[in-house]
Design a protein around this ligand. Structure first.
Ligand code: PGA
Length: 252
């Protein structure tokens, strides 16, 4: 049985006051550990310390949005996985489409980042997904397979046992256009079949999240699909009531 996961990707949003308010609401509403769903919030790095403090006696986990592949060095402005580990970060989003598109992250670099996160005992939330152009050209599966295989070929398969995959079609991110539950399910099943070619037990246990305009009205339907094990939520994770509703939409 896979335990569902709902991950909040705050992106570059927030302020001290905002973080205190949002996490205050989440810790009040999600105070008890749920057997069905695990929840992780991924703030911008400067707020990790504040979030760690607020979440200290909460079941809500702390995550991060990126990590550099090197363990230290002359990389001005970057953050190493080891540094995130110092703040008890449990999961790190890797290879988000905004990182791939705006910061030119390559498949090879993303694989190296996953490796550095895994080496610190944290779980990468590896994002994969096609653009609208790629989908319309019938290349959606090929693109997702390339992105996923780049990581699976670089890392020993056993080291990925605690990893999470997030399928995020680029055309659905921040656009209000969600993949239909059937479209998402189809790709999630495809991703699981790719994993199964390497390790069938791991494929069965791997959590595959859907991301792209998840909100309080569409979450339950998406999460009800067999291979959708929760969501990676951007915009709607900044609204406490909406995010709490999404977390409570997990029903299996
Ligand atoms: P969105 O973002 O929910 O605002 O579409 C999701 C994401 O980018 O992870």
């Amino acid at each position: 049985m896979r335990r569902s996961l709902v991950a909040a990707n705050w992106k570059m949003h927030g302020s001290r006051e905002f973080v205190e308010e949002l996490l205050g609401a989440l810790t009040r509403e999600l105070a008890t550990q749920s057997e069905e769903v695990e929840i992780v919030v991924c703030p911008p790095s400067p707020y990790l310390s504040l979030c760690k403090e607020i979440l200290r006696s909460s079941p809500v986990l702390l995550g991060a949005q990126n990590a550099h592949e090197a363990s230290s060095g002359a990389y001005t402005g970057e953050v190493a996985a080891q540094m995130l580990n110092d703040f008890d970060v449990a999961m790190v989003i890797i290879g988000h489409s905004e990182r791939r598109a705006l910061f030119a992250e390559t498949d090879a670099q993303i694989a190296a980042k996953c490796q550095s996160v895994v080496a610190q005992g944290m779980s990468p939330i590896l994002c994969v997904g096609e653009t609208l152009q790629e989908r319309e050209a019938g290349q959606a599966e090929a693109v997702v397979a390339r992105q996923l295989n780049a990581v699976l070929e670089a890392l020993p398969i056993a080291s990925m046992s605690d990893a999470v995959i997030a399928y995020e079609p680029v055309w659905a991110i921040g656009t209000g256009k969600t993949a239909t539950p059937a479209q998402a399910q189809e790709m999630h099943a495809f991703i699981r079949s790719l994993l199964a070619k390497r390790d069938s037990v791991m494929a069965e246990n791997m959590r595959i999240l859907y991301g792209g305009s998840v909100n309080a009205s569409n979450a339950a339907q998406l999460f009800a699909e067999q291979d959708i094990d929760g969501g990676l939520v951007g915009g709607a994770s900044l609204k406490p009531e909406e995010f709490i509703t999404i977390c409570k939409s997990v029903s299996k």
